[in-house]
Design a protein around this ligand. Structure first.
Ligand code: DGL
Length: 273
């Protein structure tokens, strides 16, 4: 779909921060954002009905990302966080070309891993959609010139996490298989290139040698969000109780499970979007 017009948005600091992901994984980003910006209202969309995005075509990912972005804009959001590597690497340019609102994306943290690796070997676990995107290739090429990069598609992981099987035998088995080529290549950094994967860190730590550092981009996204809100005079900087809403277009239970520590402060509901 081409972009022929820019969708104008009236922003003020009263709107919530809008966040979307193909499902519940982007809550790993929401947690970082809420921790850094505790007074801000947030509205999170879990597009679980259409997950996983990672096996879809670029044009499908763009169409779904537009649908979510428009929902959040109509709900009065002042900034959009694309809390999904797959949607960012495939659709962020189209979104930025179409909507006149700050849009923050998330990409695999290749740069810090490449700068810090002592073994000159890093691993990247991400979806097929992310690993095959032009944006990912471009970033990877820029930062990993003399470094071995082991890219592995986390086939099946998003679907299992969406179904609530985070601690399952099936996930452990898949991760054992996916980590093998990385262990063989003596990686010392593992980049999690999907916002669902931080929930797998306890299992990954058991599988990987102790010298492997696991990194994701959650904190960086939260800091970037704060900086952009500040630069646009959109930051809420008075202490207040925020409205923290979550909408899912599928089962509520897996989302509730991941957010159980926040149950007193948040509102989760089903919405058909
Ligand atoms: N959380 C999404 C990401 O960061 C998962 C993508 C998918 O649905 O496959 O890529």
């Amino acid at each position: 779909m081409g972009s022929f017009f820019i969708f104008k948005v009236n922003m003020n600091n009263k709107g919530p921060i809008g966040i979307f992901d193909s499902g519940i994984g982007g809550t790993s980003i929401w947690k970082e954002v809420h921790s850094l910006l505790p007074w801000e209202d947030t509205l999170y969309l879990a597009d679980s009905k259409y997950a996983p995005y990672g096996t879809r075509s670029k044009s499908e990912i763009i169409a779904l990302s537009r649908k979510n972005t428009e929902f959040l804009i109509h709900a009065g959001c002042k900034i959009i966080i694309v809390a999904c590597n797959t949607a960012t690497t495939n659709a962020i340019q189209e979104l930025r070309n179409s909507y006149d609102i700050p849009i923050i994306g998330i990409e695999p943290a290749i740069k810090p891993a490449a700068l810090r690796t002592l073994n000159k070997s890093i691993g990247i676990l991400a979806t097929r959609g992310t690993l095959s995107s032009d944006l990912f290739h471009k970033t990877s090429k820029t930062f990993t010139k003399d470094i071995e990069v082991v890219e592995v598609v986390g086939e099946g992981l998003v679907t299992l996490i969406e179904q609530g099987y985070i601690d399952s035998e099936e996930i452990i088995e898949l991760l054992n298989t996916y980590m093998q080529p990385m262990i063989n290549a003596r990686i010392d950094y593992l980049v999690l290139g999907c916002t669902h994967y931080p929930y797998l860190i306890p299992i990954l730590k058991k599988i990987l040698p102790q010298n492997v550092t696991i990194i994701d981009s959650g904190e960086a996204v939260a800091k970037q969000t704060k900086a952009i809100l500040n630069a646009n005079n959109l930051l809420v900087n008075v202490s207040r109780v925020p409205s923290l809403r979550f909408y899912t277009n599928a089962e509520i239970a897996p989302l509730k499970f991941l957010l159980q520590d926040y149950s007193d402060a948040i509102e989760i509901s089903y919405k058909d979007f």
